[in-house]
Design a protein around this ligand. Structure first.
Ligand code: NZQ
Ligand code: ZN
Length: 389
C-alpha cells in the first residue's frame, strides 16, 4: 500500500425530504446566491419550487443561471462568472446532475480569478481560491457531489477537460434518492455505468497489498450490479435507489483511491467521445471500458482474474487465467447490454473518421501517454477505439 493523505470535507445530507433543508444550509454562507440548474427536469418534478421555498423561508435571495446542458459548456460558465461578479454573489447552489454541479464549480473558481477560467482546465493556472458551493443532486453518476473535479467542454475546438482542486469540493451535498425516481431509463443506466467506471479506474492498479480497498471496490461494484436491474424494473424502489445513490458518492470521493494509483485512461478516452459526439458520459464508458480491458488485461492478468471471480462470480475452474479474465469482461459487457447501454461505437452511431484526432487530443500532455495500469500512447488509443468499433 502506498502512502496517502485523505480528506473529504463535503457534508452529505442523505435521505427523504432532505432538499427542504437546503435554505438552512445555505444561510451559513450567504444571503444572496447563484442558483444553477439544467434544462428543466427540476421544474417538471417540482424540486425547483421546494428549493425556492426553502431558500425564501431562510431569507436567501438568488440570481438564476439555467440551461446547463449535459457535457456542460464553457460559454455558460463564463456567463455565470459575469452574473456572479455583477451581482456580488458569494455562494453557488447547483440543483441537478454532474453538469449543473460542474458548471457551478467552474464558475466558483472563475469568479475570484483575474484571467480566463479555461486556464485551470489547461493546467496553465492553479486554483488558489473559490466561492463555496452546495449541491442538491438529482442523478447518481459522476460523484461530483463530493469530488474535487469539474469537467467542462470548450466549444472552441470541442476540448473536454477536467479541472481539479480541493477548493471545489462542495461544502454540502443533499442526496434524496426519491429525486432520482423521475430519471429516464437511459440516464439511470448511464449513471450506473459511470459509477462502476469510477470504481474500476481505481481497482485496476499495479500497487500490491491493497486488500481493504480492493474489497471495498468489489462491494461497491456488487451493489450496483445487484441494484441497477431492480431500479430499471421498479423506478420508485427507494431502497435500491438509495443503494445506488450512496455508492455513486463513495465511488468518487477518493476513499477508494487510498494507498493505490488508479488508471483513468478510459475516462480520458471517453471524454473525447462525449466532447465531439455529445453522448452521455456513462454510455461512452460502457463502450470504452470493455475495449480498454480487452487491450490491457494481459499486463496484469491476476487482477483481471480477481475481478472476474470476485465481482462477476466466474468459476475458478475454467481452464486458464486468460479464459477466466475474458469471461469476467464478457459478463460486464452483457450486464451493460441488458441495461440498455451501447457497448460498441457503432451502437452509438460513431464512425471511425475522428479516431486520430481524438487520440491526439487525449495524449496531448507532456508525456504523450495516459494510464496508470499500462501507459498508452496515441497508437494504443487508436487501437482501443478500433476494438470498440
Ligand atoms: O438538464 P435537466 O433538465 O436537469 O436534465 C438532465 C439531463 O438531461 C437529466 N436529469 C438529471 N436528473 C434528472 C434528470 N431527468 C429527470 N429526472 C432527474 N432526477 O439527465 C440528463 C443528464 O444530466 P447530467 O447532469 O449531464 O448527468 P451526469 O450527472 O451524468 O453528468 C455528466 C457530466 O459530468 C461529467 C461528465 O463528463 C459529464 O460532462 N463528469 C464529472 C465528474 C466530476 N465532476 O467529478 C466525473 C465524471 O467522471 C464525469 O466526467
Ligand atoms: Zn466518470
Amino acid at each position: 500500500m502506498n502512502n496517502f493523505t485523505f480528506r473529504n470535507a463535503t457534508k452529505i445530507i442523505f435521505g427523504k425530504d432532505t432538499e427542504n433543508l437546503v435554505g438552512n444550509e445555505v444561510k451559513q454562507y450567504a444571503d444572496k446566491i447563484l442558483l444553477c440548474y439544467g434544462g428543466g427536469s427540476i421544474k417538471k418534478s417540482g424540486l425547483y419550487d421546494r428549493v425556492v421555498k426553502s431558500l425564501t423561508e431562510n431569507g436567501i435571495g438568488f440570481v438564476e443561471l439555467s440551461g446547463v446542458r449535459p457535457n456542460p459548456r464553457l460559454s455558460l460558465v463564463r456567463e455565470g462568472i459575469k452574473l456572479c461578479c455583477d451581482n456580488g454573489i458569494k455562494f453557488i447552489l447547483a440543483v441537478g446532475g454532474g453538469s449543473a454541479a460542474d458548471t457551478a464549480k467552474a464558475i466558483a473558481v472563475g469568479v475570484p480569478y483575474d484571467g480566463d477560467v479555461w486556464d485551470f482546465n489547461e493546467g496553465k493556472a492553479v486554483v488558489k481560491e473559490a466561492l463555496p458551493i452546495g449541491v442538491v443532486l438529482t442523478i447518481p453518476a459522476t460523484g461530483t457531489e463530493a469530488s474535487d473535479s469539474a469537467v467542462i467542454t470548450n466549444e472552441d475546438g470541442w476540448y473536454k477537460k477536467g479541472l481539479h482542486s480541493e477548493f471545489i469540493r462542495p461544502q454540502f451535498s443533499i442526496l434524496n434518492p426519491v429525486l432520482t425516481y423521475t430519471l429516464p431509463h437511459y440516464q439511470t443506466a448511464s449513471g450506473a455505468a459511470d459509477i462502476m467506471a469510477h470504481i474500476m479506474e481505481r481497482y485496476f492498479t499495479n500497487v500490491d497489498h491493497v486488500d481493504l480497498t480492493d474489497r471495498l471496490c468489489e462491494a461497491a461494484l456488487k451493489t450496483i450490479i445487484n441494484n441497477l436491474p431492480v431500479v430499471l424494473e421498479q423506478p420508485e424502489n427507494y431502497d435500491a435507489r438509495a443503494e445506488i445513490m450512496w455508492t455513486g458518492t463513495i465511488a468518487h470521493n477518493d476513499l477508494l483511491s487510498t494507498g493505490r494509483i488508479g488508471d483513468w485512461a478510459s475516462h480520458k478516452i471517453e471524454h473525447e467521445l462525449s466532447a465531439i459526439y455529445d453522448i452521455a458520459h456513462g454510455a461512452g464508458l460502457s463502450i470504452v471500458f470493455p475495449a480498454w480491458m480487452k487491450y490491457v488485461y494481459k499486463h496484469n492478468i491476476n487482477k483481471f482474474v480477481q475481478f472476474a471471480v470476485r465481482v462477476w462470480d466466474v468459476d475458478l475452474s475454467f481452464e486458464s487465467s486468460e479464459v477466466i479474465a475474458l469471461e469476467g469482461i464478457n459478463r460486464m459487457i452483457e450486464f451493460f447490454r441488458k441495461a440498455g447501454l451501447p457497448v460498441t461505437l457503432e451502437e452509438a452511431n460513431i464512425s471511425r473518421d475522428r479516431f486520430e484526432e481524438m487520440a491526439d487530443k487525449c495524449t496531448a500532455s507532456d508525456t504523450k501517454t495516459i494510464g496508470g495500469l499500462v501507459k498508452l500512447d496515441k497508437k494504443d488509443i487508436i487501437n482501443i477505439y478500433e476494438l470498440a468499433k
